[in-house]
Design a binder for this molecule. Structure first.
Ligand SMILES: Cc1ncc(C[n+]2csc(CCOP(=O)(O)OP(=O)(O)O)c2C)c(N)n1
Length: 805
């Protein structure tokens, strides 16, 4: 077996041949700037002008990473590795004064901070799309970095296919200014990610390393370099040389390069070798900088004296990496001592004036600007912009079938239209859970042509979701299937990281991806540990839950367009019960009421145009208003005299159907607002109501469940109470509802419809008679539906709101 590591503590005996004077000087300058910024950040905090003091003091030689990485490599840096970024920016030709000013903006939380716009102090940049943002949640950058590494060859292939189809390259689609990660111009790019030694214990890191090792084992290309700086301390917890033991065991699988983190020549030489190994082998590699001192504690607020002896503190303080580096460089004749002294004076002045200047800059002051940056603006397809109708309509009615068959057909349709669309999951190649993806990997010719686009991952949701985010960074449009809702809990951290990236980066990073969360509600199989009647709905994610196959197809098209054209992240939640549902009242016979026609759309080529698909998904869907279901639209099921054996008529409440004659209901209508399989439950409940109630009950399907946006359909349905009494702005319902039942399939206390209640109430739109019936606030026993929202719950809700009327 190959042994790539030298004995611990070994330093390079001589100057590495590739280290020039200019390069040495750049490392020293980046280190000095890092040190000066750190000192000034503490002064700023003391006088109340700075808000972040975590010290990159001891890690100055990570500047070498920035010097040796290519600009086309992707980086995601540990919070202490500031000098790596400074050096990288110097390599890109940015003036030092600008770099310093921008970093000072981070410390003082100025709105002009190019990384976060004043949201946090973090490493990243505005100029290079390959500098990825890293949050303060330890190691959460690691699974995403592995995802980026896995995406390189796929993205190159998909880009080539897109080009052959005459589509724009990915980078231009989402408006990135540079060649995007893994895109054209990048020769053998690698994904670089760095952490501290304590972070190695975090599940996110272990998950990332496992995925990278797994790829190596399967001979799948995964050019990721994990760099770890080891200061043998994790805030106050000592390292106990655990990292050495971890890497010793790891070396069997992955090459480990080691350098003394205080020694420039050693760090330069080993970093160069580690990069070369990653670039040429296209496999994961470790780089370990040991013996890094941690000077001046973890942060300004750290009480070092509570856990370190006075001697240890003094030792760390005396262990000045910069001083040693400069001495080594001067002795080797690489830099001139006086030059460096002068440089230090300049840097100190630049840093001081940068803080003085930027502390005066405005800070974030309104909630609105923060909320507005949760996710990129919606992409509005041209037909929806025009209000639909007219000759743009190109959708037709296809075969009637169950939801799961339509889902599979939609996947085929989208993947055929756009080479960027990838389907990632667990067990998805053979057909997946409930056979939704059956036959997909064998497409387009039945011979396995899409086996690289329908990808199975091991059952680790952190690396699966991380891969999705990494693929999205490469310009691909991943659909990430989570087999059962409960499993998203295991990948939740990466999911939340993805959700906040647009916000954190002030709109710079976009995650165009769709999570397909399988198994929500009434999945009797597996009890609570598969289906747990709760949803993660962080700001920045559009969560939708459709009630039938036709709506699912139209809604999923819309979500895919949002991912591909706007870079928005959405989550489409399926109800297991609905996947194969055919009948609404099976106890009465085979009514076929839940079979729906496939909403066909006509592609540009089929339309007989010039044979050139103008742009994948957008070319196929943009002019098909009837083929899409946007986030504002509600589906209303008006009262009928019995639904048995009759296809339910659906009225869209999105304003397009204004010509529909309003349905007058004496005494005012009763609304049941619901989503997902709550729609079928509510329709069943309505059938058992007494005739007068039945005749006035509208079932309202509101598939968009995230709290952020109040769908305009709901606003129309619930006009402001005063306006409604003037007869304003009503559509289907002509008078104020006499009562509303919110029938929620999520569990009590976590029900998204309660957020709607509060939004409507605050806007003065909620009538006084309302109730919310949710799934039971407990856990689901195996094989029983007793905890789910039931017909009886809805009936009880109707009784509550009509009592005494
Ligand atoms: C997931 C998570 N757990 C805990 C923390 C709190 N925390 C912040 S910094 C830090 C120390 C991390 O140690 P290490 O990775 O060695 O970094 P360094 O010593 O370079 O600061 C900890 C535990 C966190 N930010 N994220």
């Amino acid at each position: 077996m190959e042994t790539l590591r030298g004995p611990t503590g070994q330093t390079s005996p001589s100057v590495p041949s590739s280290l020039s004077s200019a390069e040495c000087r750049q490392v020293v300058v980046a280190g000095l700037a890092t040190f000066a910024l750190h000192v000034e950040s503490r002064i700023a905090a003391l006088i109340g002008e700075g808000f972040y003091t975590i010290g990159p003091c001891g890690e100055e030689l990570t500047a070498v990473f920035g010097s040796l990485l290519k600009q086309t490599d992707a980086i995601a840096l540990h919070y202490r590795h500031v000098s790596a970024l400074i050096s990288r920016q110097l390599s890109a030709g940015r003036p030092l004064a600008e770099i310093i000013r921008d970093r000072a903006r981070g410390y003082v939380c100025s709105v002009n901070d190019p990384v976060t716009g004043g949201r946090h102090c973090a490493i990243g940049s505005r100029d290079n799309p390959n500098d990825f943002y890293v949050t303060s949640t330890l190691a959460s950058q690691a699974p995403i970095a592995v995802g980026r590494a896995l995406s390189v060859s796929l993205s190159a292939k998909a880009n080539a296919e897109a080009k052959m189809q005459g589509q724009l390259p990915f980078s231009k689609r989402l408006g990135f200014g540079f060649d995007h990660w893994g895109g054209e111009g990048a020769k053998n790019p690698i994904s670089f990610v760095s952490v501290g030694d304590g972070s190695v214990n975090n599940g996110m890191f272990l998950s990332a390393v496992n995925m990278a090792d797994y790829a190596r084992h399967r001979k799948i290309k995964c050019p990721v370099l994990f760099a770890v700086t080891n200061n043998e301390i994790c805030i106050s917890l000592r390292g106990h040389r655990w990292l050495h033991s971890f890497l010793d065991r790891h070396q069997r699988l992955t090459p480990v390069f080691e350098a003394d983190g205080r020694d420039l020549f050693s760090v330069w030489e080993q970093t160069e070798k580690a990069l070369e190994e990653t670039r040429t082998s296209r496999r994961p590699v470790f780089l370990h900088l040991h013996s890094v001192p941690r000077r001046f504690g973890h942060a300004a607020t750290d009480r070092q004296a509570a856990y370190l002896s006075a001697e240890e503190i003094a030792d760390a303080e005396a262990s000045d990496v910069l001083f040693g580096t400069i001495k080594e460089a001067v002795d080797a004749g690489l830099v001139n001592a006086q030059d460096i002294r002068n440089e230090w004076q300049i840097i100190r002045t630049l840093v001081r004036s940068a803080f003085e200047e930027t502390a005066e800059e405005p800070k974030i002051s309104t909630r609105e600007e923060l909320v507005a940056s949760n996710s990129p603006p919606l992409f509005v397809p041209s037909a929806i912009k025009k209000g639909g109708g007219g000759k743009e309509k190109r959708s037709g009615k296809g075969r009637k079938d169950v939801m799961r068959k339509h889902m599979g057909s939609l996947m085929r349709e989208a993947m055929r239209a756009d080479s960027r669309v990838m389907y990632l999951g667990e067990d998805v190649r053979h057909g997946g859970y409930y056979a939704v993806t059956e036959g997909l990997s064998a497409e387009p010719d039945g011979k396995g042509g899409w086996s690289h686009r329908v990808v199975d991952f091991p059952p680790d949701e952190s690396s699966l979701v991380g891969a999705g985010v990494g693929f999205a960074h490469a310009g691909l449009v991943p659909i990430v299937e989570i087999p059962y809702a409960k499993y998203l809990d295991c990948g939740a951290d990466v999911f939340f990281e993805g959700a906040l990236l647009h916000w954190c980066t002030n709109g710079r990073e976009k995650i165009g991806m769709v999570v397909r969360l399988q198994g929500f509600d009434r999945g009797v199989f597996g009890g609570n540990f598969h289906t747990h009647n709760a949803l993660h709905m962080p700001p920045g994610v559009d969560v939708v839950c459709y009630s039938n196959g036709r709506d699912w197809v139209r809604g999923m098209r819309y979500c895919l367009l949002q991912a591909a054209e706007a870079g928005r992240l959405s989550m489409v939640v399926d109800s297991t019960e609905l996947l194969a549902k055919r009948h609404l009242f099976p106890e009465k016979g085979k009514d076929g009421l839940w079979l729906r026609e496939y909403p066909e759309v006509e592609s540009d080529t089929e339309k007989g145009g010039e044979g050139k698909n103008e742009g994948g998904l957008v070319g196929l869907y943009k002019d098909s208003p009837e083929g899409l279901l946007d986030f504002d639209t509600l589906m209303v099921y008006p009262p009928r005299e019995g639904v048995e054996g009759v296809e339910l008529e659906v009225i869209e409440m999105d304003g397009k159907e204004e010509s529909e004659s309003p349905t007058a209901v004496p005494g005012g209508p009763l609304l049941v607002v619901t989503y997902g399989n709550g729609v079928g439950t509510s329709l069943r409940a309505r059938e058992t109501l007494e005739p007068s109630l039945r005749a006035s009950t509208f079932i309202v399907d509101c598939p968009y469940v995230s709290p952020g946006l109040l769908p305009s359909g709901l606003q129309k349905l619930f006009p402001p109470q005063t306006a409604a009494s003037d007869g304003q702005d009503s559509r289907v319902v002509t008078s104020v509802p006499r009562g509303v039942v919110f029938a929620d399939v999520c569990k009590e206390g976590q029900s998204p419809l309660m957020a709607r209640v509060s939004q409507l109430q605050q806007a003065g739109r909620l009538p006084s008679a309302w109730t919310c019936k949710a799934a039971c606030g407990s856990y689901n026993p195996l094989g029983r539906v007793v905890t789910f929202l039931s017909d009886a719950d809805v009936i009880e809700g109707v009784g509550e709101v009509t009592k005494g009327q």
